[in-house]
Every structure is written in C-alpha cells, then in structure tokens.
Design a protein around this ligand. Structure first.
Ligand code: EPZ
Length: 429
C-alpha cells in the first residue's frame, strides 16, 4: 500500500487551487438517477470516492462519460462528467458496493422516486461512529414509501408513486435532507422538510435540481418546501468549491507558517472555521481570487471549539483543528457533537509527542513546543489529513500509512503542498 513521506519544518508560500466539493459531487451524481436526460457536472474533483460512485451508478445502468481536457484548461481544473440514466436496468445496490461508501446508500431516494422501488444494502457502521439510516427511512415513509428490512437490505416500494408529506427531522442530518429533497422532487403534491440541514452542499444540490425543473424553495434554511413535478430534465451544473479542503489547507498554513492564496475558495462557505483561525493568530483576507491566509512569526493561540451543523464549526475540520492546537501556546478544548467516535486521530497525534486527553466528547489539548515526526496512520480521511498537518510542523520525517483514505477526499494533495514548498512525496509499495 502507498504511503506518504513528509519532512517537516518548511513554510508554505504560494497558491493552492481549491477543487470542487466531494460532498456536493456525490449527491449531485446520485441526482442524475432522477432524470432520463443527461446531467452535465463541471468542476468534479478527481477522487477515489467519485470513481467508486461512477461504478455504483454503472451497476444501475447509468452511463458516465468523462469529458477530455479543453485547450486552456489548467492542470488542476476539475473534470466534466456527462451522466445519463436514460435506462435504469437494476434498482438494487449490492452490499459489496454500498459497504465501501456510505453516501451511495442515498441512491435509494431517486430510485424509489423514479422507478417506484429500490433494494439497497444497509451501509453498516464506519470508523467515525455507528451512523444509522433510521432518519433517512423515516423521511421516505413520510412520503408514502413502504419500507422493509430483509437480509441486510432495505426494500423500499411506492407502487403508485410517492406523495408529498411533512418530514420533521428530530436532529439535523445531511444525508436525511438529501434523501428527502431528492425523493420529494418527483412526489405528487407538496413536501415540507423541517429542521433541514443548511450545509452549502444541500444548497448546491437544490440549485442543480431547480435547473433540472424541480420546484424547491428555502434550501439553505431549516425549512425547505418542494412541490413535486412529474418529470425532471437534464441540466448543466458547476460543483461549488470544497469548503473542507479549503479549511484543511488553511489549517496547514496556520500550522507550518507562511502565506498562501487558496484560489477559488469562498469565505462564506466556512466563516466559522475562518473565525477560529483568526482567533488562533492567522491573518485571513478574502479577495476576488479566493482566500489568502498567512501566519508569520506569531505563535498559535489556543481555542475553545464545539462542532455543530452548518453554520457552526464543521465536524469534518475537527481533526485538522486538533492537529493545529497541538502546537498552541496554551490549552485548547474541542468538543465533537456530531459523531460519537470521531477521535481516532488522538492516539496517532500522540505519536508526534502531542498532549491530548479525552473525556467523553471533549478533547483537552495542551500545546507543546515541538512535535517529532513518526510513522502514523488513520482509517478516516479527515483524520489522515490531520496527521499530514502535524507532520508539516514536526521535526524530521513522518510516514503516513494507508494513503488510500487521503485519495478518497483530497485531490493531488502532495502536488498542491509541494508547489508551496512542502517536502512531501508518495512512496509506492
Ligand atoms: C455527511 O454525512 C458528510 N458526508 C460527512 O462527511 C459529514 O461529516 C456529515 O454529513 C456531517 O456534516 C457526505 O456529505 C458524503 P449526517 P452524513 O446524516 O450525511 C446521525 C467526510 O469526511 N444520524 O448529517 O452521513 C448521525 O449518526 C464525511 O467527508 C442518525 O442518527 O451525516 C450523526 O450523528 C464523513 N440517523 C448525525 O446524525 C440517520 O438516519 C449527522 O449525520 C442519519 C444520521
């Protein structure tokens, strides 16, 4: 298996282009199942998760054509996917595919809405917690679906089509909101989603669905209203920039020191994280080109952070912030409220010499003067990249094992960091 070698202690200076958002791309690709016309997605990142979802959709009979490079395209420009679900040949999503990527469970909604049935494997647990799908199924039931669970599969049926209804989520769920939103676009009548997730990726998917002819209002607020239509058309849509990739590189610069332009990044997508970085001592400026982040000379100040649904501090940046706080001048507290078990980076950060104590859902991080490189690994992509951040400021060499996890969510990580002066290379096994 590939691993990454990092020699710490280099400042980062230059430009890092921000890719299209993984967590918008995946539901957008899944939304292609709602129409028999072609959905064209631009600015799609080259990631292992995107390739895997291409395979999963292929299993349902979806054709995905990847557009070639056009003259003038830069090396970091995203791909263009032409996705056509003209004929759905199979409404089953098998265990061996769904178990590899949780988000693929979301195909249940468009398959049910368009075909009246779906058989989708339960995704099971994962490294960051138990992650049930009860709320996703609750929302489909609210739209009139009959749901049974048999042999590890969810069998969903709506032989006479889905009917608009009221979906009230008892807690904010991104996947639940995507599911309810997609299903409701083709349901008869009006659906109201209460306590909807307000994440920018929900808004991006809603914008695309509206281009496809869906009638949606309120995306980005906690109350979304959808008036069902009988069919959806094709559309062309550009994926929004990845706010988690943006925040990750911002933390990397805050950790290593330097001055970097995060090109194409949009500050309004991650204001809470930028506020925390300013509190920690980084300088941040929004420009037409993107977000410029610098930390020169000053040390890192400790912070108190609690993760929360958008617009709060994202759980997907919690591990990266913890890595940064290992070098703070004082004690920080980070509380994880979204996933009960998203702390596997704690033990690995300790290998660098970090001082972190866990008490329930709160980590207390006592900043240390120096970190030392070490062999490390993690089983989740955000945890893996937090180890890269620690390595950038650690003395000597670090080897990050199980690089597969990084490839799931970070496009050309080594190239982007090296272009700014980092010393990071991939070693093939
Ligand atoms: C999405 O996962 C993201 N994945 C995750 O990003 C992200 O961490 C998460 O939202 C929270 O922001 C994608 O967009 C592909 P949830 P999702 O439903 O939709 C509980 C990454 O690193 N819950 O918002 O699966 C759940 O257990 C990934 O890119 C139920 O109890 O998350 C959790 O505690 C990892 N029942 C909370 O809700 C349900 O039926 C929020 O989960 C569904 C969820």
């Amino acid at each position: 298996m590939d691993r990454i070698r990092i020699v710490g202690g280099k400042h980062l200076t230059g430009t890092i282009p921000i890719s299209g958002a993984k967590n918008a791309t995946l539901p957008l690709m899944i939304a292609s199942l709602l129409t028999d016309e072609t959905l064209v997605l631009e600015n799609v990142p080259r990631l292992a998760d995107v390739a895997l979802l291409q395979r999963i959709l292929g299993n349902h009979g979806v054709d995905v054509m990847v557009g070639g490079k056009r003259p003038g395209d830069g090396e970091y420009d995203g791909q263009t996917l032409h996705i056509s679900a003209k004929r759905i040949v199979d409404t089953t999503a098998p265990y061996d595919l769904v178990s590899r990527m949780r988000a693929s469970f979301w195909v249940v909604a468009p398959l049910l809405a368009r075909m009246g049935q779906a058989k989708v494997s339960l995704p099971g647990g994962c490294a960051i917690g138990t992650r049930p799908v009860d709320l996703l199924l609750m929302s489909l039931r609210a739209l009139g679906a009959e749901i049974e669970i048999d042999g590890g599969y969810v069998l969903a049926r709506a032989p006479h089509g889905l009917k608009g209804g009221e979906v009230v989520f008892p807690k904010v769920t991104v996947g639940g909101t995507h599911t309810a939103l997609m299903a409701a676009t083709l349901a008869r009548g009006t659906t109201v989603i209460e306590n909807a997730a307000r994440e920018p990726e929900i808004v991006d998917v809603a914008d695309c669905l509206i281009k496809m002819g869906a009638k949606i209002s309120g995306a980005g607020t906690s109350r979304i209203e959808i008036e069902g239509v009988s069919r959806l058309d094709g559309a062309r849509h550009r994926v929004l920039p990845d706010r988690i990739e943006t925040g990750t590189y911002a933390m990397a610069v805050a950790m290593a020191g330097g001055d970097v332009m995060l090109a194409g990044a949009k500050p309004e997508l991650l204001q809470s994280a930028l506020d925390v970085l300013v509190e920690a001592g980084a300088e941040i400026a929004a420009t037409n080109e993107g977000i410029r982040i610098a930390r020169n000379g000053a040390g890192i100040a400790p912070v108190e952070v609690v993760t929360a649904p958008f617009p709060g501090f994202p759980t997907d940046l919690q591990a990266q912030l913890m890595a940064l706080m290992t070098r703070a001048k004082g004690t920080s507290h980070i509380t994880e409220t979204i996933f009960e078990n998203r702390f596997m980076h704690v033990q690995e950060l300790a290998r660098f010499g970090a001082h972190i104590k866990l008490d329930g859902e709160t980590a207390t991080i006592e900043g240390v003067d120096r970190l030392k490189g070490a062999p490390v690994m993690a089983t989740d992509l955000r945890a893996s990249v937090s180890l890269v951040i620690a390595a950038l400021a650690a003395e000597g060499e670090t080897f990050v094992n199980r690089v597969y996890h990084l490839d799931r969510g970070f496009e050309r990580l080594e190239a982007k960091l090296n272009a700014c002066g980092a010393a990071i290379e991939r070693l093939s096994a």
